[in-house]
Design a binder for this molecule. Sequence first.
Ligand code: SF4
Length: 97
Amino acid sequence: MADIQQTDCKQAPGLMRPVIDRNRCEGKKECVAVCPYNVFTMATVEPELRRGLTLRGKLKGFAHRWQQAFASNADACHACGLCVAACPEKAITLTRA
Ligand code: SF4
């Protein structure tokens, strides 16, 4: 992949934030690797979050040991869209903060 410079990002931080679809994320960490602002961390999906998943989401979560990405530093998002493009599960969308 080509080097991405931070100046490629388009928005000031805090205007947009990534939202992760818990039914889609398979914890492949592409977003962690690609985000220039360290927005994402990996963590275990807590039981109360698991309850709201679809059957397919629960099966996926179980298969991947409930490890998923979380936008733990969402306020740093510059809305460059790299994570949206990189996610192989199409689990990330950007929304207004
Ligand atoms: S759009 Fe994604 S990759 Fe870009 S700064 Fe925001 S969270 Fe990071």
